[in-house]
Design a protein around this ligand. Structure first.
Ligand SMILES: C[S@@+](CC[C@H](N)C(=O)[O-])C[C@H]1O[C@@H](n2cnc3c(N)ncnc32)[C@H](O)[C@@H]1O
Length: 273
């Protein structure tokens, strides 16, 4: 593991008193990298919107299928995971290495606990996996960091992964943000995104979730329609089935429409021609 990539990533800088979305998400998925404050607020989220755990699982399992598809069907063996979160069930490198042990994965997150936990979990993987603590809204810093520039070969296709992050950034210009990563990629590269959506959530649930997140380190929650998600991938050719509720993106098992709606998340994967 390259520690050069995140010289400032000392776990004591983590905010233990403010609930954090990376750790709440980890709690919903059954992970252990979370604190009492995260668990309390995550439980409140479940009381406000009982489908919150469905969201997490729908999102996370779509991530796995997208990585597998990009590797096995498109031969992409390099991944730049923006807002990678706490390494938990179904990590990108674990999925990728099942199919290609030499695949390279650069994780990027700005949350100290997520990065700290990742370093411990990964161990001596420095030639294949890095963790960079950085703000994804600063693409130049991310792209020039040791963990990204030192690992990924930008003269070959790279899959940029933006799962569960474009909806919580301070900017609603998600397309503008990801375009700066797209511009660093060669044809044959990919962009995979997921975004919170209001599929089965009521207005009251959405407002409740927004109020709850207002007290976290990521106070924004920008739901996107299918058209708005498509607009995040300009210049990319969308893989079938296009923009769909994430559970319906090439599911491994049959999924009912109702189950897909409960996920409240859209997913899409595109390839740069
Ligand atoms: C809901 S989690 C998604 C985790 C993972 N991508 C997934 O879909 O399973 C969102 C992650 O984005 C991270 N994040 C939010 N804003 C960020 C920013 N500006 N820069 C880097 N990471 C950020 C959070 O710390 C959190 O780990």
């Amino acid at each position: 593991m390259s520690h050069d990539a995140e010289p400032a990533a000392q776990v004591e800088y983590a905010d233990f008193d403010q609930p954090n979305i990376a750790r709440m998400y980890d709690y919903h998925l059954g992970g252990s990298a979370n604190f009492a404050i995260d668990r309390t607020v995550a439980e409140q989220a479940l009381r406000i919107a009982p489908t919150e755990r469905d969201y997490c699982w729908a999102n996370r399992s779509f991530l796995g299928r997208a990585v597998r598809t990009l590797l096995t069907e498109h031969g992409i063996d390099q991944f730049l995971d923006l807002g990678s979160g706490v390494p938990t069930v179904g990590n990108v490198h674990e999925i990728a290495h099942q199919y290609d042990p030499s695949a390279r994965v650069a994780y990027v997150d700005w949350e100290a606990i997520a990065c700290h936990h990742a370093r411990h979990l990964l161990g001596p993987e420095e030639h294949r996996v890095t963790v960079t603590e950085a703000d994804v809204c600063d693409p130049e810093t991310v792209l020039n960091s040791a963990g990204v520039a030192g690992l990924l070969d930008f003269s070959r296709p790279i899959a940029v992964l933006a799962f569960g992050i474009l909806d919580i950034l301070p900017t609603t210009d998600g397309a503008g943000m990801v375009s700066r990563y797209r511009d660093a990629c060669v044809p044959g590269s990919a962009l995979a995104v997921s975004n919170n959506a209001q599929l089965s959530r009521t207005d009251q649930e959405v407002e409740g979730l927004r109020s709850l997140l207002a007290d976290t380190s990521t106070p924004n929650l920008y739901m996107r329609t299918a058209e708005e998600v498509a607009a995040l991938l300009p210049g990319y050719a969308l893989l079938d089935p296009g923009v769909v509720p994430a559970s319906l993106w090439r599911p491994d098992q049959p999924v009912t429409e109702q189950e897909a709606q409960r996920g409240n998340v859209y997913g899409a994967v595109g390839i740069l021609p």
